[in-house]
Design a protein around this ligand. Structure first.
Ligand code: HEC
Length: 145
């Protein structure tokens, strides 16, 4: 399937449902979230984030042109925060979503429910979700310039 890129995305209606986006040129549509290892921040990043933020984190992923707002450059999070990686802020953003921008809905997906849905039904779902978010946060730390 040329030109079909899968991007994980959350609509958040059902706790057990998982979502994604398939992007062809300027259209984005939802596709099921793919399975990844909770232990690998890099694998999760490449599967869920790179389509918008780019493999290098700079914001130039293939789905970026279809968005109203450019995806944040994730390599300057520390620089833009006075040299300190904003760990707590990133954890909160990934779990609960970004602050809604003044001009409409945030395009950045809310990841907590989608990541949790990957272990839906497990008694450990909450702690696996936390492990996923911590490992994603640590991967973003490793991308800092
Ligand atoms: C559908 C495209 C898309 C995907 C997929 C996506 N993002 Fe984003 N992200 C954005 C956009 C757009 C912004 C800028 C804020 C906004 O407009 O929502 C953003 C902002 C951010 C921010 C900055 C938030 C802040 O408060 O400064 C972080 C951190 C982030 N994304 C991390 C991730 C991670 C990690 C993933 C994968 C788990 C991911 N994003 C997946 C589009 C995306």
């Amino acid at each position: 399937m040329p030109n079909r890129i899968h991007v994980a995305f959350v609509a958040g209606l059902l706790a057990t449902a998982a979502f994604g986006i398939a992007q062809t040129n300027t259209q984005i549509k939802k596709v099921p979230i793919t399975r990844t290892s909770p232990a690998s921040g890099k694998q999760m990043y490449n599967a869920y984030c790179a389509s918008c933020h780019g493999l290098d984190g700079k914001g130039g992923g293939p789905a970026a042109p279809a968005l109203k707002d450019p995806p944040t450059d994730l390599t300057t999070l520390s620089r833009d925060n006075g040299g300190k990686f904003p760990e707590d802020h990133i954890y909160t953003v990934l779990k609960f979503g970004v602050d809604a921008p003044a001009h409409g809905n945030a395009e950045m997906p809310v990841w907590g429910p989608a990541l949790r849905s990957l272990s839906g039904g497990s008694a450990l779902a909450g702690s696996i979700e936390q492990q996923r978010i911590v490992n994603l946060t640590n991967y973003l730390r490793s991308l800092q310039q």
